[in-house]
Design a protein. Structure first.
Length: 293
């Protein structure tokens, strides 16, 4: 269902901290023109944790309206409260999203049965396709390979996973558990080459905000089996992948956006802040290395 380079979109805010809708629409147009194959609004990189529900799904609706069906929209909709997650996925469907990106419950730290039952309740309440989002570094909860297999076998509307474990071996393990047609998307730019070589279909990417054409070309090379070309692009992009996390995300990526898209709003919402000087210097050097500055 999904493949290629899929930016986890930043959300632009104006100087007063309000959603900058025009800048967001312009970002979407640029992303589509540069070859991005789907869009993820209101994920971690989009500062969704700082948005009240009405604003969150206004951003999703805006993305859907601007995309105009040219590429799919996968809306961030997860919560650690199952009832809230159900309300969110229904809101994502009402907003016109093609799928929802859903994390397992964070902070609560449920066991594997609790994770299974969380998604079971969501699926029973709404038929919108779900892309699981496994990011233990943020949720302190890992969706075990066995649980992924059980979920996919039980619920056809669970169509894929954004795997941000950073563990390349998980791709093969999840292919065994969930089948080769299960859509696996890397959640880490820096390991996407290995991820794709072992059966991945694409990447939900931070770097693609800044370098959409290079990321799209990298993914196209991987999907075509041209890993020699992909390696050249990986070498070009790797410093930028690293620079995006030299300070708390999305600070570095928003700083980079102001360099490649002059006039892009600089505002982040607390508790996120502008990246420190060392991070900004790393981003500047990486943009030069990638030929973007």
């Amino acid at each position: 269902m999904f493949s290629g380079s899929i930016p986890a979109l930043v959300t632009p805010f104006d100087a007063s901290g309000d959603f900058a809708e025009k800048a967001f629409r312009n970002l979407i147009e640029w992303q589509i023109a540069e070859g991005s194959s789907a869009l993820v609004p209101c994920g971690t990189t989009g500062e969704a944790a700082t948005m009240p529900k009405d604003e969150h799904f206004r951003v999703v609706r805006t993305c859907v309206e601007q995309a105009k069906g040219r590429v799919p929209v996968i809306a961030g909709a997860g919560s650690n409260d199952t009832r809230v997650a159900i309300d969110n996925i229904k809101a994502a469907k009402d907003a016109g999203a093609d799928a929802a990106l859903m994390v397992p419950p964070y902070y609560n730290r449920p066991n594997q049965d609790g994770i299974f039952r969380h998604f079971e309740a969501i699926v029973e309440a709404c038929d919108l396709p779900i892309v699981l989002y496994n990011v233990p570094g943020r949720t302190v909860t890992d969706i075990a390979v066995e649980t992924i297999g059980k979920l996919v076998q039980a619920f056809p509307s669970i169509v894929g996973i954004k795997d941000a474990t950073g563990l390349i071996q998980r791709v093969s393990a999840q292919r065994t558990a969930a089948g080769p047609d299960f859509c696996q998307l890397s959640g880490n730019d820096d390991t996407a080459l290995g991820f794709m070589a072992t059966g991945g279909r694409g990447c939900i990417s931070v770097t693609a905000n800044v370098a959409p054409r290079l990321c799209a070309d990298f993914q196209a090379a991987c999907l075509a089996g041209d890993f020699a070309k992909a390696l050249v692009l990986q070498d070009k992009l790797f410093p930028l992948h690293n620079a995006m996390f030299t300070d708390a995300s999305p600070g570095p990526v928003k700083y980079a956006m102001t360099k490649v898209r002059p006039g892009f709003p600089e505002t982040l919402r607390l508790p996120m802040t502008w990246p420190n000087e060392a991070s900004r210097k790393a981003v500047d050097a990486a943009l030069v290395h990638a030929g973007l500055a």
